[in-house]
Design a protein around this ligand. Structure first.
Ligand SMILES: Nc1ncnc2c1ncn2[C@@H]1O[C@H](COP(=O)(O)OP(=O)(O)O)[C@@H](O)[C@H]1O
Ligand SMILES: [Mg+2]
Length: 230
């Protein structure tokens, strides 16, 4: 599904340059449940932004199916993000002035779905994540776990093939984090590809594929023979 070849990402801070990703190569297969591990600052979020086509690499190749993603026009990249990817990122906060159901409806409006169908689907998705009693709540009136479940419902609104989740349980108590993980795992069982960043080794053990980053480089890739290419 996804193939990265020798991806480098350099942030230019004027006086200093940060090599956030160094020669990252990996392959995500359709239906994978992949975990990205690594200490803070190791490049996990940078990698997720590149995988989500929210940012581009400095050098290297990104193939999605057989398309060279970097050479696609912006419009086509946006279409892929909207129609094929679902994002559960901490930086992608919910819109504070919109209710839970309106937040979930939003990506469908970009995709041109009619209002009535949008609302029906948003209600259904919120029911699926156990929030049928919170439809008209604003994000500020919801707990952290509930907000994260709204974010999941929103990520699912356009039936993504791939979900990119950056520390989806990071700010949650263990039991609430477990609920989020179970939702993601049930989606994976239905065929949705999951790429999840986690700090938690217990969580990564549940994934079928584990990629470990250190200082921007892949130091462990469970799909590689021998398990390390450091
Ligand atoms: N927009 C940016 N500009 C400059 N440096 C950045 C930017 N984003 C991240 N970095 C740097 O790149 C490195 C990797 O960051 P990040 O991908 O956020 O790591 P992680 O998610 O693993 O904590 C860090 O050294 C960070 O300071
Ligand atoms: Mg991060």
């Amino acid at each position: 599904m996804i193939k990265l070849e020798n991806i480098n990402k350099q942030y230019d801070l004027g006086t200093a340059k940060v090599n956030a990703l160094k020669d990252v190569s990996l392959e995500i297969k359709r239906g994978d449940y992949a975990a990205i591990m690594g200490p803070s600052g190791s490049g996990k979020s940078t990698l997720m932004h590149i995988l989500g086509i929210l940012d581009s690499a400095s050098t290297g190749k990104y193939y999605l199916e057989d398309y060279d993603v970097t050479s696609l026009p912006d419009r086509e990249q946006a279409r892929i993000r909207n129609q094929h990817f679902g994002f559960i990122f901490q930086s992608f906060n919910l819109f504070g002035e919109l209710s839970a159901v309106e937040n979930v409806m939003l990506p469908m409006s970009y995709a041109g779905v009619a209002v009535k169908a949008r609302r029906e689907k948003a209600v259904k998705l919120l029911e699926d994540v156990g929030l049928s009693h919170r439809l008209t709540h604003l994000p500020a009136m919801l707990s952290g776990g509930e907000q994260q479940r709204v974010a999941i419902a929103r990520a699912l609104s356009n039936d993504p093939d791939l979900i990119l989740a950056d520390e989806p349980t990071g700010n949650l108590p263990t039991d609430k984090g477990e609920e989020i993980l179970e939702i993601l795992e049930s989606l994976n069982r239905r065929g949705v590809t999951i790429i999840m960043v986690t700090h938690n080794p217990e969580q990564s053990k549940r994934a079928g594929y584990v990629i470990e980053l250190r200082d921007g480089a892949v130091i462990k890739d469970s799909a590689m023979s021998g398990g390390t290419n450091a």
